[in-house]
Design a protein around this ligand. Sequence first.
Ligand code: CA
Length: 230
Amino acid sequence: MTVTAIPRVLVVEDEIDLARLIKHALARERHAIVEIATAGDEALARLRSAPPDLVILDLNLPVVDGTEVCRRIRAEPATAGLPVIMLTARSAESDRVAGLDLGADDYLTKPFSPRELAARIRAVLRRRGGAPDPAAYRGRLLTADFDAVTVSVDDQPVRLTRREFELLRCLVDNRPRVLSRDRLLERVWGYGHAIETRAVDVHIGRLRAKLGPAGHQIETVVGIGYRFVE
Ligand code: CA
C-alpha cells in the first residue's frame, strides 16, 4: 500500500501563469508530476480519461466553478475517493467550510509557497493511505495495528488474508469517506490488475464475516462502494 512513484497531480486553475508556476515548482523538487486543466469541464473530462492521484482545484473557475467540480468528483463513483486540495483567493471562513463540506481534503489560500503546497500534498496523500501510516485503530470492538499487522475483535485475534487486511486498512485510513470499488481495486490490488470490481464485493463479504460483531462498521453505499464508520 505504499506509493513509491511520484504522485500524479491535476492542477485545475484558469490563471495559466499560476498553474505553470505550480507545475514547475512541484516538478523541480520531484514532488509531483503535474498536468494542468484551465477549466472545470476540461478537468472533469480529464479525470474520467486519466485519473490522477490528487487534484489541486481552484475555487474560482469559469463556466463550471471549483465547488461544482468538487461536488461532481465526489458524486462520481470512479473519483469519489480522490484526494482534493482546494485553492482560493478568498480567506473567508465560510469559503473554507464550504470547501471542506463539499469533501475537499484540505484548503490553501493564495498566495502560498510551492513548499507549503508540497507539504500539504504529502500530508493529504499520507492521510489517504498513500504512504505508510504507523497509526493503529482502536474502536469499541475492533482493534487494528497496521504496523504489527494484527486485528482483533472484542480482544479475540482475527486472522485476515493480506488483501482483507489491506482492504480494512484502506477503509479505516479513509474513514468516513466512501471509496468506490474502482478506487479500492486501485489501492489494494494495484493499477492495471485484470480483476473485476465484483472481486471487491467478495473480499468485503469475507472481511465482514471475519470481523463478526464489528463487521457492520464496513458500510455498503449502494451504487458507489464502501466506507468505514465508527
Ligand atoms: Ca481562478
